[in-house]
Design a protein around this ligand. Sequence first.
Ligand code: PLP
Length: 357
Amino acid sequence: MALTSASPIDLLPHAPDGVADNVLDVIGKTPLVRLHRFLDRRDIELYAKLEYLNPGGSMKDRPAARMLADAISSGQVGRGTLVVESSSGNMGIGLAQACRYHGLRFRCVIDRRTQEHNVKILRAYGAEVEVVEEPDPATGDLLTARLGRVREILATEPDVFWPNQYSNANNPLAHQLGTMSEIDDALSGRIDHVFVATSSTGTARGCAAHLRSRGRATSVVAVDAVGSVLFGGRPAERKISGLGAGIEPPLARNQRFSDLVRVSAVDCVVGCRRLIDREGILAGGSAGGVLHAVRHQAASMPSGSRCVAILADSGTRYLDSVYSDDWVEHELGVGPADLAALASAPDPTPTRLESVT
Ligand SMILES: Cc1ncc(COP(=O)(O)O)c(C=O)c1O
């Protein structure tokens, strides 16, 4: 449903069967890959869902495309609509991609912590980028300040649409009908645990909803950041982008998952470094946290357990942080030798994790 009908796209015949009709058609059906070496325990089956192979580079392509398609078909978005979202990373890029394809203006409200690399990607897609410099005076929080700026834009622009990933039901629905459904089908419903990073909680909620709808006994393990306020956590600085939240989003309210594990920034880095070392997979920071949580929980799993880890994005967005020894030493206080030792240490993990439930 391209809105770019100044272009002849809508008039052209659809692509033949088996060929994607447009870039948004390529979203989803990401590979599920067996990880043979990540865990020392070879009696546990571990699979990774490679969400970075979505065309915009992350699992956020799914909710971004779905929220927009729904708004277009319901008439909330038309040709002249400005789409606005607060995001410092993947959701902004997913929306920038979908808006570009539909020929819509997109403004992404970011803050000064947003990585330069992501800003360049947003601009390459033609997004307008607005940077919030100062935290909200009442809370000291930059996300609150970004959301405040979005509300100002809503109040002043005549034709504007805010997908609002933090409360939009199409966010979890995209993962219910897409991500988790694909995993469930690929493994014929036999999955003991699925490990999911949380921020808006759209992914974890969607996975839980799918599993409920199929009557599966699979446990959903929410992986949150130390310093995130989700699920009653205490606020503190977080250094891995995309993981955790500084304010509780409406989607997260009253959500309970089978288990909850909080990981530190060092845990995320260790998980990433071990993943690339043992499996040759370059994944983003939250994916490292998710896999670190698997390692932690695997210690108490019975032989033959089957686990799936959802890897949200690619390590190419973290070359100057998670994959930079200088950054890890400077920001997290762990030198290269200690980091290598942590990443190659035998299971169970040497770092302490807080298992909350
Ligand atoms: C890299 C990364 N991991 C995990 C998440 C959390 O996903 P969700 O918002 O669906 O909880 C996000 C969300 O932006 C993310 O960008």
